[in-house]
Design a protein around this ligand. Sequence first.
Ligand code: PBG
Length: 340
Amino acid sequence: MSSTSNGPETTDLRLVRRPRRNRKAEWARRLVRENALTTSDLIWPMFVIDGEKRREPVPSMPGVDRQSVDEIVRSAAEAAELGIPAIALFPYTDPALKDPDGSEALNPDNLVCRAARAIKKEVPEVGVIIDAALDPYTSHGHDGVMAGGRILNDETVARLVRQSVIQAEAGADVIAPSDMMDGRVGAIREGLDAAGFQDVQIMSYAAKYASAFYGPFRDAVGSGALLVGDKRTYQMDPANSDEALVEAGLDVEEGADMIMVKPGLPYLDVLYRVKTGLGMPTFAYQVSGEYAMIEGAARNGWLDGEKAMMESLLAFKRAGADGVLTYFAPRAARLLRGRA
Ligand code: PBG
């Protein structure tokens, strides 16, 4: 005896709750929007190379160049002009300067120190973040000192402390230990304080995973082809997330001012747990491989690059990030300016 009529009366579900009502128009969507990306959330990572007026594309990161110091200063000025609060500097070190101990990291006149000095002279208002880690400088591509095929923890930390002080002397506002050695944050804090750098912040790569998504970065800094083995004895196992809370908790106890989860999108659950668990200023690193995936697909016409970029960045905010290190920073900032 069922009716065959398909009139509006018979199909009306008589729902009390219709979540679509709040999405019916742009004004309504704006009104109920929970999260927003702003230019203040962006940190722009840049690759420095020797030379002058030199820009050299990184093949696995289309749209990203290695830049000589004079060009980096111009990019830092662009960051300031766009309202991007901070940049992160990574050196492409001349292979002739690399050795097993990464000695060039301790040269106060190395490339990254020269870049920091030049930026702080010309564009002092932009925050400068520099990694503490030996991988741009070692002939084996590892973040620490290697002996008998092992990465030595405490010997490496001693070097990272000296590297951090040298980078602070060059003008780094923030030291970002990216090496995942045990105890490095506490040792670096002590070393910075002893050298009179109480105000230099530490943004620790607190939960940094042994990830395949760093491949293009290693091309960019020239460590990829050199890398002996992998980094699984110091970077975290992608299977773990309780361990991320332990790692991040230790860094906070040791004096980290800000903590980071890396990579980004594949680890949003970790980001969420770390942010809610510790309540610290927490950052996500949208790493080189994530950039390459979005940009590569966009350049092939397989997805709308601009939309995918903004959606991915907003996802970090939704998961609790206070900010994002992203190679998209200048493009996102330009887009945000256009929308304001
Ligand atoms: C160096 C370092 C890496 C990244 C940032 N700092 C690579 C690595 O640990 O092998 C990766 C960043 C990226 O992929 O964009 N310790």
